[in-house]
Design a protein around this ligand. Structure first.
Ligand SMILES: [Fe+2]
Length: 332
Protein backbone atom coordinates (compact mmCIF):
# COMPACT_ATOMS: atom_id res chain seq x y z
CA UNK A 1 0.00 0.00 0.00
CA UNK A 2 2.76 2.43 0.94
CA UNK A 3 4.30 1.72 -2.45
CA UNK A 4 1.12 2.37 -4.37
CA UNK A 5 0.55 5.56 -2.43
CA UNK A 6 3.96 7.12 -2.89
CA UNK A 7 4.27 6.21 -6.55
CA UNK A 8 0.90 7.12 -7.93
CA UNK A 9 -1.09 9.43 -5.69
CA UNK A 10 1.34 11.59 -3.78
CA UNK A 11 -0.94 14.59 -3.63
CA UNK A 12 -3.87 12.57 -2.32
CA UNK A 13 -1.67 11.02 0.34
CA UNK A 14 -0.94 14.49 1.63
CA UNK A 15 -4.53 15.07 2.72
CA UNK A 16 -5.45 11.45 3.30
CA UNK A 17 -7.33 11.42 6.61
CA UNK A 18 -5.65 9.13 9.12
CA UNK A 19 -8.86 7.14 9.60
CA UNK A 20 -9.05 6.39 5.85
CA UNK A 21 -5.40 5.34 5.78
CA UNK A 22 -6.05 3.03 8.73
CA UNK A 23 -9.01 1.43 6.94
CA UNK A 24 -6.79 0.56 3.98
CA UNK A 25 -3.69 -0.46 5.96
CA UNK A 26 -3.72 -1.77 9.54
CA UNK A 27 -7.44 -2.63 9.57
CA UNK A 28 -7.69 -4.59 6.30
CA UNK A 29 -4.10 -5.04 5.03
CA UNK A 30 -5.39 -4.19 1.54
CA UNK A 31 -2.93 -5.03 -1.22
CA UNK A 32 -2.50 -3.65 -4.72
CA UNK A 33 -4.85 -5.35 -7.16
CA UNK A 34 -7.48 -6.25 -4.60
CA UNK A 35 -11.13 -5.42 -5.29
CA UNK A 36 -13.00 -3.06 -2.98
CA UNK A 37 -16.75 -2.61 -2.59
CA UNK A 38 -18.32 0.35 -0.79
CA UNK A 39 -21.96 -0.22 0.19
CA UNK A 40 -24.01 2.74 1.31
CA UNK A 41 -27.63 3.87 1.63
CA UNK A 42 -29.60 7.06 0.99
CA UNK A 43 -29.15 8.22 4.55
CA UNK A 44 -25.37 7.64 4.86
CA UNK A 45 -24.29 8.45 1.28
CA UNK A 46 -21.93 11.15 2.57
CA UNK A 47 -19.91 8.49 4.41
CA UNK A 48 -19.95 6.04 1.49
CA UNK A 49 -18.82 8.74 -0.95
CA UNK A 50 -16.03 9.81 1.39
CA UNK A 51 -14.58 6.29 1.55
CA UNK A 52 -15.12 5.76 -2.19
CA UNK A 53 -13.32 9.00 -3.09
CA UNK A 54 -10.07 7.69 -1.63
CA UNK A 55 -10.48 3.96 -2.22
CA UNK A 56 -10.90 4.37 -6.00
CA UNK A 57 -7.50 6.04 -6.24
CA UNK A 58 -5.71 2.98 -4.93
CA UNK A 59 -7.88 -0.05 -5.67
CA UNK A 60 -10.46 -1.22 -8.20
CA UNK A 61 -13.46 0.12 -6.31
CA UNK A 62 -17.23 -0.03 -6.84
CA UNK A 63 -19.82 1.87 -4.81
CA UNK A 64 -23.42 0.69 -4.50
CA UNK A 65 -26.25 2.80 -3.06
CA UNK A 66 -29.45 1.18 -1.83
CA UNK A 67 -32.53 2.40 0.02
CA UNK A 68 -31.96 2.59 3.79
CA UNK A 69 -32.87 -0.73 5.38
CA UNK A 70 -35.36 -1.08 8.24
CA UNK A 71 -32.96 -1.98 11.05
CA UNK A 72 -29.82 -3.81 12.19
CA UNK A 73 -29.35 -7.18 10.55
CA UNK A 74 -31.81 -6.49 7.71
CA UNK A 75 -30.89 -7.95 4.32
CA UNK A 76 -29.34 -5.74 1.61
CA UNK A 77 -30.67 -5.69 -1.97
CA UNK A 78 -30.09 -8.69 -4.26
CA UNK A 79 -27.39 -6.88 -6.28
CA UNK A 80 -25.47 -5.91 -3.13
CA UNK A 81 -25.65 -9.50 -1.94
CA UNK A 82 -24.09 -10.68 -5.21
CA UNK A 83 -21.36 -8.03 -5.08
CA UNK A 84 -20.40 -9.01 -1.51
CA UNK A 85 -19.31 -12.37 -2.88
CA UNK A 86 -17.13 -10.83 -5.56
CA UNK A 87 -14.78 -8.50 -3.74
CA UNK A 88 -11.87 -8.76 -1.31
CA UNK A 89 -12.88 -6.02 1.08
CA UNK A 90 -16.35 -4.51 1.54
CA UNK A 91 -17.01 -1.36 3.57
CA UNK A 92 -20.60 -1.20 4.82
CA UNK A 93 -21.12 2.56 5.16
CA UNK A 94 -24.81 2.24 6.00
CA UNK A 95 -27.26 3.41 8.63
CA UNK A 96 -27.79 -0.01 10.17
CA UNK A 97 -25.41 -2.93 10.66
CA UNK A 98 -25.37 -5.69 8.06
CA UNK A 99 -23.11 -7.83 10.24
CA UNK A 100 -25.90 -10.24 11.20
CA UNK A 101 -27.55 -10.31 7.75
CA UNK A 102 -27.63 -13.63 5.96
CA UNK A 103 -26.01 -11.97 2.93
CA UNK A 104 -22.96 -10.92 4.97
CA UNK A 105 -22.71 -14.20 6.88
CA UNK A 106 -22.93 -16.26 3.66
CA UNK A 107 -20.36 -14.10 1.85
CA UNK A 108 -17.93 -14.41 4.77
CA UNK A 109 -18.44 -18.19 4.82
CA UNK A 110 -17.60 -18.33 1.13
CA UNK A 111 -14.13 -17.39 2.24
CA UNK A 112 -13.06 -14.35 0.21
CA UNK A 113 -14.72 -11.35 1.81
CA UNK A 114 -13.10 -9.20 4.51
CA UNK A 115 -16.05 -7.30 5.97
CA UNK A 116 -15.68 -3.88 7.57
CA UNK A 117 -18.88 -2.43 9.04
CA UNK A 118 -18.92 1.37 9.02
CA UNK A 119 -22.56 1.73 10.08
CA UNK A 120 -23.72 4.79 11.96
CA UNK A 121 -20.56 6.72 11.06
CA UNK A 122 -19.92 10.45 11.16
CA UNK A 123 -17.21 12.25 9.15
CA UNK A 124 -15.33 13.37 12.29
CA UNK A 125 -14.59 9.72 13.04
CA UNK A 126 -12.08 9.64 10.15
CA UNK A 127 -10.02 12.45 11.69
CA UNK A 128 -9.84 11.68 15.42
CA UNK A 129 -10.76 9.06 17.99
CA UNK A 130 -10.72 5.29 17.81
CA UNK A 131 -9.82 4.89 14.14
CA UNK A 132 -6.43 6.47 14.83
CA UNK A 133 -5.50 3.73 17.32
CA UNK A 134 -2.57 1.37 16.98
CA UNK A 135 -4.58 -1.77 16.23
CA UNK A 136 -1.67 -4.11 16.98
CA UNK A 137 -1.57 -2.66 20.48
CA UNK A 138 -5.37 -2.93 20.76
CA UNK A 139 -5.11 -6.65 19.92
CA UNK A 140 -2.47 -7.16 22.62
CA UNK A 141 -4.73 -5.51 25.21
CA UNK A 142 -7.73 -7.62 24.16
CA UNK A 143 -5.72 -10.86 24.28
CA UNK A 144 -4.37 -9.98 27.73
CA UNK A 145 -7.72 -8.94 29.23
CA UNK A 146 -9.58 -11.92 27.77
CA UNK A 147 -7.47 -14.32 29.86
CA UNK A 148 -9.11 -12.79 32.93
CA UNK A 149 -12.50 -12.18 31.33
CA UNK A 150 -14.02 -15.52 32.30
CA UNK A 151 -14.94 -17.43 35.46
CA UNK A 152 -18.08 -18.08 37.48
CA UNK A 153 -19.51 -14.93 39.03
CA UNK A 154 -19.48 -11.54 37.32
CA UNK A 155 -20.02 -8.44 39.48
CA UNK A 156 -20.60 -5.07 37.86
CA UNK A 157 -20.80 -1.75 39.68
CA UNK A 158 -20.41 1.87 38.57
CA UNK A 159 -20.54 5.37 40.09
CA UNK A 160 -23.91 5.97 38.40
CA UNK A 161 -25.56 3.36 40.63
CA UNK A 162 -25.19 0.17 38.64
CA UNK A 163 -24.97 -2.92 40.83
CA UNK A 164 -25.55 -6.24 39.10
CA UNK A 165 -24.41 -9.82 39.58
CA UNK A 166 -24.71 -12.72 37.14
CA UNK A 167 -23.21 -16.10 36.36
CA UNK A 168 -20.83 -16.48 33.42
CA UNK A 169 -19.97 -20.08 34.25
CA UNK A 170 -18.93 -22.02 31.16
CA UNK A 171 -19.07 -18.95 28.89
CA UNK A 172 -16.03 -18.14 26.78
CA UNK A 173 -14.87 -14.62 25.89
CA UNK A 174 -15.78 -13.39 22.39
CA UNK A 175 -13.34 -10.89 20.82
CA UNK A 176 -13.57 -8.10 18.34
CA UNK A 177 -10.14 -6.73 17.48
CA UNK A 178 -11.54 -4.07 15.17
CA UNK A 179 -9.64 -5.49 12.18
CA UNK A 180 -10.48 -7.67 9.15
CA UNK A 181 -7.14 -8.91 7.91
CA UNK A 182 -7.95 -12.52 6.94
CA UNK A 183 -10.38 -13.70 4.25
CA UNK A 184 -13.71 -14.49 5.92
CA UNK A 185 -13.16 -12.09 8.83
CA UNK A 186 -15.49 -9.29 9.87
CA UNK A 187 -15.14 -6.29 12.15
CA UNK A 188 -16.70 -3.04 13.17
CA UNK A 189 -13.86 -0.56 13.76
CA UNK A 190 -13.13 1.42 15.81
CA UNK A 191 -15.06 -0.86 18.15
CA UNK A 192 -12.69 -3.21 19.96
CA UNK A 193 -13.93 -5.33 22.81
CA UNK A 194 -14.04 -8.58 24.68
CA UNK A 195 -17.52 -9.83 25.53
CA UNK A 196 -19.23 -12.52 27.59
CA UNK A 197 -22.79 -13.81 27.53
CA UNK A 198 -24.28 -14.17 31.02
CA UNK A 199 -25.94 -17.49 31.77
CA UNK A 200 -29.66 -17.07 31.07
CA UNK A 201 -31.82 -16.27 34.07
CA UNK A 202 -28.93 -15.44 36.42
CA UNK A 203 -28.58 -11.63 36.22
CA UNK A 204 -30.00 -9.67 39.15
CA UNK A 205 -29.66 -6.10 40.36
CA UNK A 206 -29.86 -2.69 38.75
CA UNK A 207 -28.27 -1.27 35.61
CA UNK A 208 -27.99 2.49 35.31
CA UNK A 209 -27.23 3.47 31.71
CA UNK A 210 -25.49 6.83 31.77
CA UNK A 211 -23.31 6.70 28.65
CA UNK A 212 -25.23 6.15 25.46
CA UNK A 213 -27.73 3.88 23.76
CA UNK A 214 -26.69 3.64 20.10
CA UNK A 215 -30.13 3.82 18.49
CA UNK A 216 -31.41 6.47 16.04
CA UNK A 217 -33.91 7.73 18.66
CA UNK A 218 -31.48 7.83 21.60
CA UNK A 219 -27.64 7.99 21.32
CA UNK A 220 -25.86 10.12 23.99
CA UNK A 221 -27.98 10.22 27.14
CA UNK A 222 -28.95 13.39 29.01
CA UNK A 223 -30.53 11.54 31.91
CA UNK A 224 -29.68 8.09 33.28
CA UNK A 225 -31.93 5.21 32.27
CA UNK A 226 -32.46 2.90 35.25
CA UNK A 227 -33.27 -0.74 34.58
CA UNK A 228 -34.23 -3.21 37.27
CA UNK A 229 -32.96 -6.71 36.43
CA UNK A 230 -34.55 -9.85 37.81
CA UNK A 231 -33.62 -13.42 36.93
CA UNK A 232 -31.95 -12.48 33.67
CA UNK A 233 -34.49 -9.96 32.36
CA UNK A 234 -35.09 -6.22 32.56
CA UNK A 235 -38.36 -5.94 34.49
CA UNK A 236 -38.68 -2.18 34.96
CA UNK A 237 -37.35 0.93 33.18
CA UNK A 238 -37.41 4.30 34.92
CA UNK A 239 -35.84 7.73 34.36
CA UNK A 240 -36.79 10.65 32.15
CA UNK A 241 -37.60 11.19 28.48
CA UNK A 242 -35.04 8.68 27.25
CA UNK A 243 -36.32 5.96 29.58
CA UNK A 244 -39.79 6.51 28.07
CA UNK A 245 -38.37 6.14 24.54
CA UNK A 246 -36.52 2.92 25.43
CA UNK A 247 -39.59 1.50 27.16
CA UNK A 248 -41.62 2.12 24.01
CA UNK A 249 -38.98 0.72 21.63
CA UNK A 250 -38.88 -2.52 23.62
CA UNK A 251 -42.63 -2.77 24.21
CA UNK A 252 -43.30 -2.40 20.47
CA UNK A 253 -41.55 -5.72 19.82
CA UNK A 254 -44.20 -7.43 21.93
CA UNK A 255 -41.65 -10.18 22.56
CA UNK A 256 -40.25 -11.03 26.03
CA UNK A 257 -36.84 -12.02 24.60
CA UNK A 258 -35.92 -8.36 23.95
CA UNK A 259 -35.54 -7.88 27.73
CA UNK A 260 -32.96 -10.68 28.05
CA UNK A 261 -29.53 -9.66 29.41
CA UNK A 262 -27.43 -10.98 26.52
CA UNK A 263 -23.95 -9.49 26.57
CA UNK A 264 -21.32 -7.91 28.80
CA UNK A 265 -19.09 -6.12 26.28
CA UNK A 266 -15.99 -4.43 27.68
CA UNK A 267 -14.65 -1.64 25.45
CA UNK A 268 -10.86 -1.78 25.02
CA UNK A 269 -9.83 0.86 22.47
CA UNK A 270 -8.39 3.74 24.50
CA UNK A 271 -8.66 6.21 21.61
CA UNK A 272 -12.46 5.92 21.52
CA UNK A 273 -14.65 8.37 23.38
CA UNK A 274 -18.41 8.52 23.83
CA UNK A 275 -19.82 10.55 20.93
CA UNK A 276 -23.24 9.06 20.24
CA UNK A 277 -22.08 6.71 17.46
CA UNK A 278 -22.20 2.97 17.76
CA UNK A 279 -18.62 1.80 17.17
CA UNK A 280 -16.72 4.33 19.30
CA UNK A 281 -19.28 4.21 22.11
CA UNK A 282 -19.28 0.42 22.37
CA UNK A 283 -15.51 0.13 22.08
CA UNK A 284 -14.59 2.92 24.48
CA UNK A 285 -12.16 1.95 27.22
CA UNK A 286 -13.51 2.11 30.77
CA UNK A 287 -17.11 1.60 29.74
CA UNK A 288 -19.20 -1.53 29.33
CA UNK A 289 -22.09 -2.13 26.98
CA UNK A 290 -24.86 -4.41 28.07
CA UNK A 291 -26.43 -6.11 25.07
CA UNK A 292 -30.08 -7.06 25.41
CA UNK A 293 -32.08 -9.51 23.33
CA UNK A 294 -30.36 -12.08 21.15
CA UNK A 295 -27.34 -13.85 22.71
CA UNK A 296 -26.57 -16.56 20.13
CA UNK A 297 -23.15 -15.00 19.41
CA UNK A 298 -22.20 -15.14 23.08
CA UNK A 299 -22.64 -18.82 23.84
CA UNK A 300 -26.32 -18.49 24.71
CA UNK A 301 -29.52 -19.92 23.23
CA UNK A 302 -31.89 -16.93 23.14
CA UNK A 303 -32.96 -15.92 19.65
CA UNK A 304 -34.63 -12.53 19.54
CA UNK A 305 -35.64 -9.96 16.91
CA UNK A 306 -33.41 -7.47 18.77
CA UNK A 307 -29.83 -7.04 19.88
CA UNK A 308 -29.41 -3.57 21.36
CA UNK A 309 -26.37 -2.31 23.27
CA UNK A 310 -26.55 0.16 26.14
CA UNK A 311 -23.45 1.82 27.61
CA UNK A 312 -22.54 2.32 31.29
CA UNK A 313 -19.61 4.63 32.15
CA UNK A 314 -16.55 4.10 34.35
CA UNK A 315 -17.33 0.58 35.46
CA UNK A 316 -15.83 -1.69 38.11
CA UNK A 317 -15.68 -5.33 37.05
CA UNK A 318 -14.91 -8.20 39.40
CA UNK A 319 -14.99 -11.81 38.20
CA UNK A 320 -14.77 -14.24 41.14
CA UNK A 321 -11.78 -12.86 43.11
CA UNK A 322 -10.21 -10.93 40.26
CA UNK A 323 -10.69 -7.16 39.90
CA UNK A 324 -10.27 -6.39 36.19
CA UNK A 325 -11.37 -2.79 36.13
CA UNK A 326 -11.93 -0.16 38.79
CA UNK A 327 -13.94 2.98 37.99
CA UNK A 328 -13.02 2.60 34.35
CA UNK A 329 -9.34 1.94 34.91
CA UNK A 330 -7.92 -1.32 33.61
CA UNK A 331 -6.16 -3.33 36.35
CA UNK A 332 -4.90 -6.31 34.32
FE1 LIG B 1 -20.39 -6.08 22.03
Amino acid sequence: MENVLTKTRKELLEDLPLGIKQLFTSITHLKEGEKVLVITDENKKEIGEFVYKYAKEFFETTMMVMPTREGHGAEPTEAVRAAMNNCDVAFGATTYSMYHSKARLDASKNGRLRWVGLQDYALHMFEKGGLTADFDEVKEVIDRVSEYYQGNTFKLTAPGGTNMVCSVKGRKPVFDYGTSREPGSASFPPNAEVALGPVEGTANGVLVFDGSIPHPLLNLLDEPVICKVENGFITEITGGREADILRKILADFNDPTVYNIAELGLGLNKENYLCGHMAPDEGSLGNIHIGIGKNLNFGGHVDSPLHLDLVIKDVTVVIDDCSLMKDGELLV
